[in-house]
Design a protein around this ligand. Structure first.
Ligand code: ATP
Length: 366
């Protein structure tokens, strides 16, 4: 193989970016480290600053204050052309009049690589993304998914220290999106690339990432592995943004080491304790952590605790692989998912409510 992988790290050190002479703060004193070989996703709602962050790594925007390092080198003042990164854009940005092979080789030729070598690397890049033999076609003769793979090949042949992907799948339909995201992840792992991936789709982020940096209003709301973010959300925002969550009032009645005994409407749960004092707290409860009596599998589940909390079903919907319920309770309306579809409860029925502690977390209030 001629193509080389050079996985570099990315460090943001107290980076702030303002626009309009300080009128808009797009990034507010943000610090993070992306390790060599990691795929890290920048995730967050529209306007949170993820694109600005990616563009600052690329050198397409410059930090107002703070330092940016790539592969240990301070690049804060370097223009895009002097940085060892390449970017895959949402729009693919292929030249329509050039063949696929010419598109892939373009960046190499532009930096002075000899024609024959550029052609060889382009061919290798196309093989890597499963498009060997498509080199002589025009982009318009390929599907959307194939065009995006050409864009990935074009970025890879530049042998970047860091591969940047800006919402790379948003022009593809849902099924193809799942397929191409798997391909991108496989390739990144196979080549050991450092990659920074921007998306606003939380499921996509969970599926492709080693780590996710969730941004909200110009700062990092929380960062961690997909599992950490889903299972240990620290705030109402994260609990609600990564997956679905019921946010309810609870009260810490006792603290024992790293566990807190939390009362939720009379039901008592032992949840991980993160320094909150005794007293009122907010609790995130995943829809599948609410368990309704009457369903067969409750008996024998060690995680389920006895409860005096009661409610009644206001809506019941059969969705093939799961039942979805809305339950009116003294602690508010709960959204519940149950995968045991053989014994559904009908709307209007009274239920006793239990909680599975695995799907619950004490979170900070918004
Ligand atoms: P989206 O998902 O909608 O692309 P984002 O999280 O990528 O959003 P950014 O594009 O990074 O968000 O924008 C962050 C903030 O900076 C927003 O308030 C945006 O309006 C502002 N902003 C971005 N670019 C500029 C610019 N060139 N001039 C002024 N404000 C800007």
């Amino acid at each position: 193989m001629k193509l080389k992988t050079r996985a570099g790290s990315v460090v943001f050190d107290n980076v702030t970016k303002t626009y309009g002479h300080g009128a808009v703060t797009a990034i507010d004193n943000v610090s993070f480290t992306i390790n060599p070989g990691e795929l890290v996703t920048l995730l967050g709602p529209s306007g949170c600053g993820k694109t600005t962050t990616l563009r600052m790594i690329a050198g397409l925007e410059h930090a107002t204050t703070g330092k940016i390092l790539i592969g240990g080198k301070d690049v804060t003042q370097l223009p895009a052309t002097d940085r060892d990164v390449s970017m895959v854009f949402q729009s693919y940005a292929l030249f329509p009049h050039m063949t696929v092979a010419e598109n892939v080789a373009y960046g190499l030729s532009a930096t002075g690589v000899a024609k024959a070598e550029a052609r060889e690397k382009a061919e290798e890049g196309l093989n890597l993304v499963g498009l060997g033999g498509y080199g002589s076609r025009l982009p318009s003769e390929l599907s959307g998914g194939q065009q995006q793979r050409v864009a990935v090949a074009r970025a890879l042949v530049l042998e970047p220290e860091v591969l940047l992907l800006d919402e790379p799948l948003s022009n593809l339909d849902a099924k193809l999106r799942r397929h191409v995201r798997t391909e991108i992840r496989d390739l990144q792992q196979k080549l050991g690339l450092t990659a920074v991936y921007v998306t606003h789709d939380q499921e996509e982020a969970l599926a492709v990432s080693d780590r996710i940096i969730v941004m909200n209003r110009a700062v990092i709301a929380q960062q961690g592995t997909p599992r950490e973010l889903y299972e240990q959300p620290q705030s109402e925002f994260i609990a609600d943004f990564i997956g679905d969550a019921n946010l309810v009032d609870g009260e810490i009645v006792n603290i024992d080491g790293n566990h807190a005994r939390v009362d939720i409407g009379g039901a008592q749960c032992n949840l991980r304790h993160r320094g909150q004092a005794k007293g009122p707290v907010r609790v995130a409860v995943r829809p599948d952590a609410v368990q309704l009596t009457g369903l067969a599998a409750i008996a024998g589940d060690a995680h389920v605790i006895e409860t005096s909390l009661k409610g009644h079903i206001t809506h019941a919907a059969y969705l093939g692989s799961q039942m979805q319920y809305s339950v009116a309770t003294p602690i508010g309306e709960l959204f519940v998912i149950d995968h045991r579809i053989d014994t559904p409860i009908i709307a209007g029925e009274e239920v006793a409510i239990g909680f599975s502690e695995r799907g619950m977390a004490v979170v900070s209030a918004e």
